[in-house]
Write a protein that binds this ligand. Structure first.
Ligand SMILES: Cc1cc2nc3c(=O)[nH]c(=O)nc-3n(C[C@H](O)[C@H](O)[C@H](O)COP(=O)(O)OP(=O)(O)OC[C@H]3O[C@@H](n4cnc5c(N)ncnc54)[C@H](O)[C@@H]3O)c2cc1C
Length: 396
């Protein structure tokens, strides 16, 4: 977190490496003099029209890069559970064990609304959307490996909360903290659910790459699934990319897709992700969801290749919700979370040449540069794996 809070005049004084891109600053500015503008890496950052800034500091005080929301009553330590939903159709269309869906359905059944990330294939982007029905939950399922835009929905969330509508807000941990800072208080009708997050890749890169594939195949993309379970879950078969075109589909191993390989190599992650303050169990959400990697060895009774979630309960409210969905899930408490999932223990590793990589390739000329980018990504993954192997051999 940046420590310039007392002296900063406005959000322009937040160095980019601390900016999560949540867009809270845009939403709280009373003179509307802040807008999000993409940098050369394709990540949005706030830009201030200094002529209209009145130095009220609201953008600074409500920014998760400068500040944190301190009024949430968390359990002293989160409670860990592992499990999956019993409905196989939901599980197949979810990234891990599918816990997002019963939690969201509970809110919808209570007359509430759910906020989550969906694809917008016309704009070729991922953005947060509002669901009032179970049907509208379907596009929110599955992990979209790109930063989702939340800037446009924060006022709507507050409107729903003030109207006493039950609200579930889901997203990355930084988006959840951004929401609380924006709201400036907790609401009894607000439930929040974040994900264990490896980091978010560049929306500009996402757009260029999938637009390029549309051109190459001369067909519109209508489905992107980074977590297809066509080959199962829980081993090397995890990371396949399932793309839907107008009249065909394409299943590619992650390493054969430059965008996916860059994500796995950590080369396309937002700079703040490498020192993310939420890469720990210190969360602002009520519930945290992640993949239960390693479940086959530690809890084989919860493993069947269809996907298992790791669930962290961070608040009393989160526990009540988990109890209320228990008839529709298989679940067991986990006492021995060892080793911790990497992104609950520390932020993702920053490759030494990440910035050089972005300086070398031009997003505008992705068609020309994608092969070079792909080679760098694969080389980086192989190098990382080999150095891990050597370290392990040296230990033993
Ligand atoms: C960028 C990213 C990185 C992740 N990294 C890890 C990791 O390192 N380790 C790990 O254990 N789990 C990670 N996850 C979480 C994991 O992949 C699953 O999302 C989680 O297990 C929930 O799965 P589910 O089966 O319960 O539900 P699903 O139905 O698959 O979950 C969908 C939920 O994820 C939210 N979501 C999807 N994409 C985004 C997005 N781009 N931004 C914000 N919210 C989004 C939706 O709003 C919805 O709430 C990551 C997810 C994302 C999006």
């Amino acid at each position: 977190m940046n420590n310039n809070l007392p002296t900063a005049r406005n959000i322009s004084e937040l160095p980019n490496i601390y900016c999560y891109g949540c867009g809270v600053c845009v939403n709280v500015c009373p003179t509307k003099c802040i807008k999000m503008v993409d940098d050369h890496e394709g990540f949005p950052y706030p830009q201030v029209d200094e002529a209209h800034c009145i130095s009220c500091k609201k953008c600074v005080l409500d920014c998760p890069g400068f500040n944190e929301y301190k009024n949430k009553r968390q359990l002293s330590d989160p409670l860990f559970f592992g499990g999956y939903v019993q409905d196989d159709r939901v599980r197949f269309t979810s990234s891990s064990g599918g816990f997002f869906t019963p939690i969201a359905e509970k809110i919808i059944a209570a007359g509430g609304v759910v906020y989550g990330a969906i694809y917008d294939f016309d704009q070729m982007t991922v953005k947060h959307s509002r669901a009032e029905t179970e049907i509208e939950l379907a596009p929110m399922r599955k992990s979209k490996y790109v930063q989702s835009q939340t800037a446009d929905i924060l006022h709507q969330v507050r409107k729903d909360l003030l109207a006493n509508i039950p609200v579930l807000f889901t997203g990355t941990p930084c988006q959840v903290e951004g929401l609380y800072l924006f709201l400036e208080r907790d609401y009894p009708n607000l439930l929040t659910c974040d994900i264990i997050c490896h980091g978010v890749p560049s929306p500009g890169l996402f757009q260029r790459h999938f637009r390029y594939l549309e051109q190459k195949h001369q067909s519109k993309i209508n489905k992107i699934d980074f977590r297809t379970k066509e080959k199962g879950w829980g081993g090397p078969q995890n990371l396949f990319l399932d793309l839907g075109f107008d009249a065909s589909k394409k299943l590619t191993h992650s390493l054969f897709d430059p965008y996916y390989a860059l994500f796995l190599a950590n080369l396309s992650l937002r700079p703040c992700c490498f020192h993310c303050k939420y890469a720990s169990t210190n969360r602002r959400s009520d519930i945290t969801l992640g993949d239960f990697w390693g479940v086959s060895k530690k809890h084989p009774e919860l493993f069947d290749h269809k996907g298992t979630s790791l669930v962290l309960i961070n608040t009393k409210k989160g526990m009540e919700v988990l109890e209320s969905i228990s008839p529709s899930v298989e679940i067991a408490p986990i006492q021995d979370v060892d080793p911790f999932p990497p992104n609950l223990a520390k932020p993702s590793h920053r490759p030494r040449y990440r910035d050089r990589f972005f300086n070398k390739i031009s997003l505008k000329d992705w068609k020309k540069h994608r092969l070079k980018a792909h080679l760098i990504a694969v080389f980086s993954i192989v190098k990382y794996k080999v150095s891990g192997l050597i370290k392990n051999l040296q230990k033993n």
